[in-house]
Design a protein around this ligand. Structure first.
Ligand code: GLU
Length: 424
């Protein structure tokens, strides 16, 4: 008797449509828990806020902000905040749902949430950015908190923005609540290892997948889409392990070098000028050529919906590591599976970030901080245990790693749902 949601119109390849089809695929493996599956197909709570600020030129600008709490059956909501001109409620819903699956897949005591503001932060001054962040935080302050929903960085947000969020929330509640956001600067309750954690998780899961495929990382050719916090860190770790980064794409364009790009030069240049700033180190090619650059491993680490059917058909990669959330549309997933390309799905591949966010939150509560070795050892162990369990599930049912991850995660979420029972 459940009606479809009235406020979104998902299509087959839109983020929410992609998520719904991923959930549908897991239903046959849920047994009696399938009775509760509808709970995953709608967010628990979604807030749309108006974010008005006075711009530097004296005009008043309004931005649309969102915070969606998809599921809290296993614990408080958890998930990043994205600043991007294309953010929509439907996208944030999907991103919040992927957080629910992700936290359950690695067995962190959280539900899933996500936030966003429909704004291009590159067009704001630092002062305008601070105003947008603070007003947004104040508006969503009625539903976030250290025990209810804990935001973190995502696309175009960083430690400074988390510091403003922490401060704004703290001013409103009358104390210093470091545990309300993660990904903060180190001296404000941040954790060592958080900045690199997502890229590190991509590397750890990718290294294990390569081992199982019998692929030697030494000399392996890697193409990376998105060269922010996730893509660049993963690229550096793979290069340290002996791989060659043969193609990189970011918002400025695509650079290729079949002998391997010099990351020690590319990374700092990309921070200011984008990857095309490193013309001296490779060839700048049209963006679409990125997808057929000969490579062994493909790391989509930008936005959703990038790996389309056509691109899945032409990639030469044997292994896809989803650093981004939702980069592969369902039909491309099927094409990759048919072509024998192994996909390590976002909800486990990029879970390193939220895992170290969890460490940060625990450290904030205990006011006792760990050294970086301890963080990395624990991160690697959690990621490897989760991945091995997912792989066993995939082998047992002869299903893809994505469906296996959903099977493991959904069982945990729906079991919690069932045990808690329906209120009233
Ligand atoms: N934004 C990151 C993600 O998509 C991290 C979320 C967090 O640390 O809460 O997983």
């Amino acid at each position: 008797m459940s009606e479809k949601l009235s406020f979104v119109s998902p299509t087959a390849n839109s983020p929410w449509g992609t998520y719904l089809s991923q959930v549908d695929r897991v239903v046959p493996y849920l047994g009696p828990l399938a009775r509760w599956v509808e709970t995953l197909k709608r967010p628990k709570r979604a807030l749309i806020v108006d974010v008005p600020i006075e711009m530097d030129d004296g005009t008043i600008a309004h931005f649309e902000g969102y915070r969606v709490q998809h599921n809290m059956s296993r614990g408080p909501g958890k998930g990043g905040v994205r600043f991007h001109p294309d953010v929509t409620l439907e996208e944030v819903m999907a991103l919040s749902a992927w957080m629910t699956i992700k936290t359950a897949a690695v067995n962190l005591p959280y539900g899933g949430a996500k936030g966003g503001i429909r704004v291009d932060p590159k067009k704001l001054s630092l002062q305008e950015l601070e105003k947008v962040t603070r007003r947004y935080t104040s508006e969503i302050g009625i539903i976030i908190g250290p025990h209810t929903d804990i935001p973190a960085p995502d696309v175009n947000t960083n430690a400074q923005i988390m510091a403003w969020m922490m401060d704004t929330y703290s001013m409103n509640v009358g104390g210093t609540a470091t545990g309300v956001v993660t990904g903060k600067p180190l001296h404000l309750g941040g954790s060592l290892g958080r900045v690199k954690a997502t890229g590190r998780g991509v590397f750890v899961t990718g290294r294990e997948a390569a081992r199982r495929l019998g692929m030697d990382l030494r000399g392996a050719r890697i193409a990376v889409q998105g060269f922010g916090n996730v893509g660049s860190v993963a690229a550096e770790l793979f290069a340290e392990a002996g791989a060659k980064i043969v193609a990189v794409q970011d918002h400025t364009g695509t650079i290729v070098n079949s002998n391997g790009l010099d990351l020690a030069k590319l990374v700092p240049i990309s921070r200011t000028d984008g990857v095309v700033g490193f013309k001296a180190g490779g060839d700048i090619v049209p963006n679409e050529d990125f997808w057929d650059t000969p490579c062994d491993i493909l790391i989509p680490a930008a936005l959703e919906g990038q790996l389309t059917a056509e691109r899945a058909q032409k990639t030469t990669a044997k292994l896809v590591l989803e650093g981004a959330n939702g980069p592969t549309v369902p039909i491309a997933d099927d094409i990759l599976a048919e072509r024998g390309v192994l996909v390590v799905p976002d909800v486990i591949c990029n879970a390193g970030g939220v895992t170290v966010s969890y460490f940060e939150w625990v450290q904030d509560f205990s006011s006792f901080f760990w050294d970086e070795d301890e963080i990395n050892v624990r991160l690697d162990r959690i990621m490897m245990n989760a991945l091995n369990h997912i792989w066993d599930t995939a082998d047992k049912h002869k299903i893809t790693l994505r469906t296996a991850t959903y099977a493991v995660a959904c069982e945990r979420i729906l079991m919690a749902r069932q045990e808690r029972g329906l209120y009233p």
